[in-house]
Design a binder for this molecule. Structure first.
Ligand SMILES: *Cc1c(COP(=O)(O)O)cnc(C)c1O
Length: 323
């Protein structure tokens, strides 16, 4: 029998649990993208979240739910950077041991940030999947508790708190545009929004380079793709060997999934900087890119776009602004 999926009640419980550790982020009006789409557009600024991405919300909900015994042994995470940084930050705040497994492809600024927070960072393998295998071994050998980046009901519920805040700040929103990789972010947000109003459209955006969830939705089952290098480094990676929650939820709750190119992501990062003085990383900018290129279908009348992270390497940002 299929495992039960998280509910909107879990999202409210998550909000209570994590309130002391996460920021309520602003929903900023964007005349720039409003003009592009011809309707009001607002940006949910998770690039301004503590640790620079929304990953803190889901990870906090998971880590705060650990037993005393699990806390004493410590936590483990596999990450392209932002999830690991969130787990490292929480471990520091709560006085836990944290081991973060990353691949050689992980951005240098993100590794440095995790080490600065006191986490033990283990670099292993060429891609996310190899880092994952290594982590599974450490988990067995050292009794650490794995904090999943997306495929966990507590993590999904934590990300869903973004949806609650969006609804409170803009009850009339009818379309949400959300970066999409493993699907924890969009599943949680869609859960919150659709339990308020089934008719709110939720659109996922991924990069053209190896968009695993996009192709999995088309195929009707999780697929595996070779990783490619992309400006949206936070969106790289598969759905896991045995996806339990996010694929089912995304299939059920997400209305559409669209892709953006590397050039479009770069233009969106530059636009966010020039128009709003906001530092947005590639993975955080895909929704902006889709709006700029009017890639959202019948966009709706009040569009909220989730800007999911801001942890971009200075050299990359400079390059993007130079073009
Ligand atoms: C992890 C991440 C995403 C994707 O979240 P999923 O839950 O894996 O879909 C999007 N943007 C940023 C900045 C991220 O760190």
């Amino acid at each position: 029998m299929a495992e039960p999926l998280p509910t909107v009640q879990d999202v409210y419980l998550a909000r209570q649990r994590i309130a002391g550790l996460v920021r309520r982020t602003p929903l900023l009006d964007s005349p720039w993208l409003g003009q592009a789409l011809g309707v009001p557009v607002r940006l949910k600024l998770e690039n301004l979240q503590e640790t620079g991405s929304f990953k803190l919300r889901g990870a906090a909900n998971r880590v705060l739910s650990l037993s005393a015994e699990e806390r004493a042994r410590g936590v483990l995470a596999v990450s392209t950077g932002n999830h690991g940084r969130a787990v490292a930050s929480l471990a520091r705040a709560l006085g836990l041991r944290a081991v973060i497994c990353v691949s050689e492809a992980t951005a240098a600024n993100k590794i440095a940030a995790m080490r600065q927070l006191g986490a033990e960072v283990v670099v292993h393998g060429r891609g996310y999947d190899q880092a994952m295998e290594h982590a599974a071994r450490l988990q067995r050998e050292q009794g650490l508790t794995m904090v999943e980046p997306f495929d966990d009901p507590l993590v999904i519920a934590g990300q869903g708190t973004i949806g609650l805040e969006m609804l409170e700040d803009w009850p009339e929103l009818d379309t949400a545009v959300v970066p999409l990789s493993g699907g924890g972010l969009i599943a949680g947000i869609a859960l919150a929004l659709k339990s308020a109003d089934r008719a709110i459209r939720v659109i996922g955006v991924s990069m053209e380079r190896a968009p695993v969830m996009y192709h999995s939705l088309k195929a009707g089952r999780p697929v595996v793709l070779e990783e490619e290098s992309t400006l949206a480094d936070a969106l790289v990676g598969g759905l896991g060997a045995n996806n339990r929650f996010t694929f089912r939820m995304v299939r059920e709750l997400v209305d559409d999934a669209v892709l953006v190119s590397e050039e479009e992501i770069a233009a969106a990062m530059a636009g966010a900087m020039r128009q709003h003085r906001l530092v947005v990383e590639g993975g955080g900018a895909v929704g902006l890119a889709a709006a700029m290129r009017r890639r959202l279908g019948g966009a709706g009348r009040r569009v909220a776009i989730v800007v999911s992270g801001g942890n971009v390497d200075a050299a990359v940002l400079q390059q993007v602004l130079g073009t």
